[in-house]
Write a protein that binds this ligand. Structure first.
Ligand SMILES: [Zn+2]
Length: 131
């Protein structure tokens, strides 16, 4: 089951991509890799991984029922890595009632206890110098 293409769209096999993070063998060393692995966690209903990679100040007390969306595809549009904060813009597609929908988000990630975690969605791509 782990030999298929990674759902995050990296072009790598799941086993040598996000599965390394979801299984706890490694922790993502960039915000973009973290974002990709979190997409996989959403797609696979891995609540524990989402909690682990969410800043405790903004964690929304997710429930398993919140993870029933049928995610189909991820596209990372751009990412900007900072020393303590990083921004990743992406589109993620899901299907609902046999129709495809897309969400478009700019996510802010923060270094927390020396690991990247998801903080929050931003209203737009931040101006230069503000990350
Ligand atoms: Zn992946």
């Amino acid at each position: 089951m782990t030999d298929h293409a990674c759902p995050c769209g990296s072009g790598k096999k799941f086993q040598s991509c996000c599965n390394l993070f979801l299984s706890g063998q490694a922790y993502p060393n960039t915000a973009e890799n973290l974002m990709r692995s979190r997409y996989c966690a959403y797609a696979m209903g891995n609540l524990a991984y989402l909690r682990k990679t969410w800043h405790p100040d903004t964690y929304p007390d997710l429930r398993q029922e919140d993870l029933e969306t049928q995610w189909t595809r991820l596209e990372v549009i751009k990412s900007k890595a900072g020393l303590k904060r990083s921004v990743v813009e992406f589109k993620a597609w899901y299907s609902e009632n046999e129709q495809e929908h897309v969400i478009h988000e700019v996510s802010l990630f923060k270094l927390y206890k020396k690991k990247w975690v998801y903080l929050e969605a931003l209203p737009e791509w931040p101006e230069e110098g503000r990350t």
